[in-house]
Design a protein around this ligand. Structure first.
Ligand code: NAD
Ligand code: UGA
Length: 459
């Protein structure tokens, strides 16, 4: 039996350890977190995060070989392998503020591991980190008078929220980076053996530490870049009469480009894309690679532009004033099938509308609690409404912010009847049947498509 500990029971720590525990019944997996409420929720019927399939996989291992606890120190020494999946937010102060990763929690965790250890261990970087963090980690851990040796392994996580369980069960690849030394190679093999319980060996890559750390940042930067690229094209489509869905389809059929991650939208959200690109930008600047830094920074700038453009288009279409107008936002989560609202475009759009004194009603099937928290003081100015029909009642406009499948199935005829006329729909995810909505009577504005507007409006 191997004792596995994971420090950090968030969106990554919880699901990844639940999947490991379900496939490795002979190993004992403990997940710890300083957030007691989160730990209690992992042990309850209502998990702290919404993820399809997660309840089932947690239930397989819970209290069999999967345990959650808030006493971090207590479990460190008994562990053979410690995964660290604490948050690595963007620094908000001092050098690199707004760009660099804030590594204070990370370093504290390393020191905490050392303080509580009496045996040597493998420490796995699961969080996303700047390249060469493992070097600092090794120095802190191995500079000890206890005669202990720690092997630091990089095993970045590539799961996407909303499909976390599926992505873990069936990963495109698992990446394990470590040192060339014999003990480094042995540590790599130990981690590979865990994943080999369910992942085909040819999908498990082993690399040096720095390649592994950088591959994670590069993968997120590439994915985000594809979205910013298609969103840049969407702006041009709106000016020229081209349809971004048709363009995306046409270019995506080129096997060198590929069809995935070409969905034009109100912008990408989530806790990682922006943070990780800015982290990459800061790294490049640190190494004096200013042009490279600026290249990647534009991906984030384009994303911010897309969200601002969406709000401007709404104001323009709504006769240049939205003050006092009820506007229903369908969706608060940064993508479908998650309750996560971190960096969600829905919140950015909401703030933009509030600045114009609109009356915003936000609806979402799973993310309203998080939206309320993430909006902070501004939450008081927003009406939160679970039922989209109620949210739309008396509204001048609906804006689709999240691609929840249920929004495609709503009775838009009834919704139209309950709205102020002329009634508008702004489809920030291009998921609705625009022609049908237009036929019902809506003025329809989608991303990267010519608007469908009734010129002689009859209520
Ligand atoms: P999260 O905020 O959901 O979870 C992190 C958890 O760590 C929190 O619950 C926090 O209380 C806990 N924590 C912080 N310091 C601690 C300490 N000293 N001891 C014990 N617990 C501590 O974050 P997340 O979304 O799970 O992301 C974690 C890391 O994984 C980040 O580096 C992120 O970039 C990366 N990542 C995230 C995703 C994703 O989909 N969210 C995917 C891949 C990689
Ligand atoms: C992303 C990556 O896909 C994961 O591989 C990575 O592990 C993770 O970041 C991370 O490091 O945190 P995630 O942010 O959970 O996963 O979700 P994505 O599916 O990548 O979507 C991110 C954002 O881009 C969402 O707002 C989504 O709606 C948007 N998006 C995605 C588009 O606007 N268009 C697309 O074509 C695809």
């Amino acid at each position: 039996m191997t004792n596995i500990l994971c420090i950090g029971a968030g969106y990554v720590g919880g699901p990844t350890m639940a999947v490991i525990a379900s496939h490795c019944p002979e190993h004992r997996v403990v997940v710890v977190d300083i957030n007691e409420a989160r730990i209690a929720a992992w042990q309850s019927d209502k998990l702290p995060i919404y993820e399809p399939g997660l309840d089932e996989v947690v239930r397989v291992g819970l209290n069999r070989n999967l345990f959650f606890d808030s006493e971090v120190d207590r479990h460190i020494d008994e562990a053979d392998i410690i995964f660290v999946s604490v948050n690595t937010p963007t620094k908000t102060f001092g050098q690199g503020a707004g760009r660099a990763a804030d590594l204070q929690y990370w370093e504290k965790t390393a020191r905490q591991i050392l303080r509580n250890s009496t045996t040597s261990k493998i420490v796995v970087e699961k969080s996303t980190l700047p390249v060469r963090t493992a070097e600092a980690m090794e120095q802190i851990l191995n500079y000890n008078s206890k005669g202990l040796h720690f092997d630091v392994i990089s095993n970045p996580e590539f799961l996407a929220e909303g499909t976390a369980v599926q992505d873990m069960e069936n990963p495109d690849r698992v990446l394990v980076g470590g040192k060339e030394s014999p003990s480094g190679q042995k540590a790599i093999q130990t981690i590979v053996d865990i994943y080999a319980h369910w992942v085909p060996r040819e999908h498990i890559l082993t690399t040096n530490l720095w390649s592994s750390e950088l591959s994670k940042l590069a993968a997120n930067a590439y994915l985000a870049q594809r979205i910013s690229s298609i969103n840049a094209i969407s702006a041009l489509c709106e000016k020229t009469g081209a349809d971004v869905n048709e363009v995306a389809h046409a270019i995506g059929l080129d096997s060198r480009i590929g069809s995935r991650f070409l969905r034009a939208s109100v912008g990408f959200g989530g806790s990682c894309f922006k943070k990780d690109i800015l982290n990459l930008v800061y790294l490049c600047e640190t190494y004096g690679l200013h042009e490279v830094a600026s290249y990647w920074e534009h991906v984030v700038e384009m994303n911010e532009h897309q969200q601002a453009r969406f709000v401007s288009n709404m104001i323009l279409a709504l006769f240049n004033t939205i003050a006092g107008k009820r506007i229903a936002l369908f969706g608060a989560a940064f993508k479908a099938n998650t309750s996560d609202t971190r960096e969600s475009p829905a919140l950015t759009v909401c703030r933009g509308l509030l600045e114009e004194h609109a009356q915003v009603v936000m609806s979402d099937p799973h993310a309203l609690d998080n939206a309320r928290v993430d909006l902070g003081d501004q939450a008081d100015q927003v009406i939160f409404e679970l039922d989209p029909y109620v949210a739309a009642e008396g509204a001048h406009a609906i804006a689709i912010m999240t691609e929840w499948s249920q929004y495609k199935e709503l009775d838009y005829q009834a919704i139209f009847a309950s709205m102020v006329k002329p009634a508008f729909i702004f489809d920030g995810r291009n998921i609705l049947d625009h022609k049908r909505l237009y036929e019902i009577g809506f003025n329809v504005h989608a991303i990267g498509k010519p608007p469908l507007v009734h010129s002689n409006y009859l209520a």
